[in-house]
Design a protein around this ligand. Structure first.
Ligand SMILES: C[S@@+](CC[C@H](N)C(=O)[O-])C[C@H]1O[C@@H](n2cnc3c(N)ncnc32)[C@H](O)[C@@H]1O
Length: 471
């Protein structure tokens, strides 16, 4: 590395714009006061691309297909430090408090959804898969268990899916666990297929990709784990994310942040539970009925429950009785047909209000049975409600009604992937890519949905194909 050239990058008049773009795109405010580090990384990318100034590099990033270069840059900017069962006290809390409570509550749905947000090369979601199988395998046999693991770094995701690790990744686990759950491949250890199958990896940028989003499979989680990710973000960014995590949880769902990230003020809308060495946040059940459409951000703070380690008043019981299924609330008059109606369904679905979302969608379908978008959302709602066959049928119906509608192709691919039908999955992801061909990166794939873009879906579909060896 040429020190002079790195210094030139830092002194380039367009360096501040590039820095702003990097921070806005990734959330990594960490680089605000690290010009030397950022300039070194940018210099390496400039050399690799054969461009001579920050202005030219900005043009590359902003050009059509600029996402590809942004991915390569992000791969250099992000810090992926991770290992199996990192911060044992949090895994103890998952084993002793969170998972028993969730499994008890989900006895009737037999469904469990966990999100590892910022999963790096995979040890965190795989540790969860191992914990579930070893500690709860009998109790959740036959359940629909999904561990969705996401990251902004495509290279990390590829490595995560490969699931091969050096000894160092096992620095806090015993030999017994490694030998039981991994197979030795050369000098590395590969996670056994039964654990690999439990985890689905996908690209997701916490800053840019709106969530919750049913279309992006980022919704209705029983547990969200986002550890050692927000430490790189600004306070403002974190304040924007925490309500989104809350919206992406089911009622009574749990949020686990990094052990160095507890902050009562930031998490005031959650119930806080302190255990030995871990702070857990639980989404409290609202005291009054949820309005049909609500603002994700402005909420009245909920009173925190006292932790078992705190003094009086006595702690609320951790294992709550199962919440009875709420009667279908009175749904406000639905907007007529079209996008406005679809938006109501989508908002309900994104928030995981499946009963209301199903009622609204069925009502709209009565008047507009040929709207492929409604069938697509009906499929998502079926799927989240555990109605797998109905979900598949609704996806196929959406494709039949509009062959050019990309989302049902993509989701049918995910569906086949979970069923381990590789041939079916490859066909669907290829169809999705073909339909996305030539469309602008930043265009949204669904009218009015400001979250899911062509670039995002293209990257994710391409990654699935690559991981299946079919790129
Ligand atoms: C230090 S690692 C943490 C890995 C794991 N959660 C753990 O604690 O062991 C931080 C991860 O956050 C990811 N990350 C950073 N910014 C992100 C963003 N805007 N969206 C999604 N992931 C992001 C990085 O790529 C990296 O893999």
């Amino acid at each position: 590395m040429n020190a002079l050239a790195t210094a030139q990058v830092a002194a380039d008049p367009f360096f501040p714009r590039l820095k702003k773009l990097v921070i806005e795109s990734t959330g990594m405010a960490f680089y605000l006061d690290k010009d030397d580090d950022l300039a070194r990384i940018l210099h390496a990318r400039l050399v690799e691309r054969g461009v001579e100034s920050c202005a030219q590099y900005l043009e590359v990033l902003e050009a059509p297909r600029g996402n590809d270069e942004m991915d390569l840059l992000v791969a250099e900017l992000t810090i992926g430090e991770t290992y199996f069962f990192r911060h044992k006290e949090q895994f103890d809390a998952l084993r002793d408090i969170i998972l028993p409570e969730v499994i008890e509550r989900n006895q009737s749905s037999r469904r469990l959804r966990i999100w590892s947000a910022g999963c790096s090369i995979g040890p965190e979601p795989y540790s969860l898969a191992i914990l579930l199988k070893r500690e709860f395998g009998v109790r959740i046999a036959g359940w629909n268990v999904q561990i969705v693991a996401t990251d902004i770094n495509q290279k990390f995701l590829t490595r995560a899916r490969e699931g091969r690790y050096d000894e160092w990744a096992f620095r806090v686990t015993g030999d017994e666990l490694r030998e039981d759950c991994f197979v030795k491949v050369g000098r590395q250890w590969e996670i056994r297929p039964e654990f690999k199958r439990q985890v689905s990896f996908q690209y997701h940028n916490l800053i840019k990709d709106r969530f919750p989003s049913v279309a992006d499979n980022i919704t209705s989680f029983d547990v969200i784990i986002c550890r050692n990710v927000i430490i790189y973000f600004s306070r403002e960014t974190i304040e924007g994310l925490i309500p989104c995590f809350r919206e992406a949880l089911v009622e009574n769902g749990w949020l686990v942040m990094g052990h160095a990230e507890p902050n009562q003020e930031l998490f005031r809308d959650y119930r806080t539970v302190n255990t030995a060495g871990a702070v857990l946040y639980q989404k409290a059940v609202p005291q009054c009925p949820t309005p049909l459409v609500q603002s994700p951000v402005h909420r009245a703070p909920l009173p925190p429950i006292r932790s078992p380690l705190m003094s009086s008043p006595p702690p609320a019981p951790l294992l709550r009785p199962r919440v009875p299924v709420a009667p279908v609330p009175v749904v406000k008059p639905l907007p007529p047909k079209g996008t406005a109606g679809l938006n109501v369904v989508r908002e309900l679905a994104d928030r995981g209000e499946w009963v209301q979302a199903a009622a609204a969608c069925d009502e709209l379908l009565k008047h507009d049975a040929l709207d492929a978008r409604l069938h697509f959302y009906r499929a998502m709602i079926h799927e989240q409600s555990g109605e797998v066959d109905a979900a598949e049928q609704a996806l196929k119906r959406a494709i039949y009604l509009d062959r050019k509608f990309v989302l049902p192709h993509y989701h049918l691919g995910l569906f086949y992937l979970r069923r381990q039908d590789v041939g079916g999955a490859v066909r669907c992801f290829r169809n999705a890519l073909a339909l996305l061909e030539g469309l602008p990166e930043h265009q949204t794939v669904l009218d009015g949905d400001d979250g899911l873009t062509v670039g995002h879906l293209r990257d994710t579909a391409a990654m699935h194909l690559k991981l299946m060896g079919a790129a």
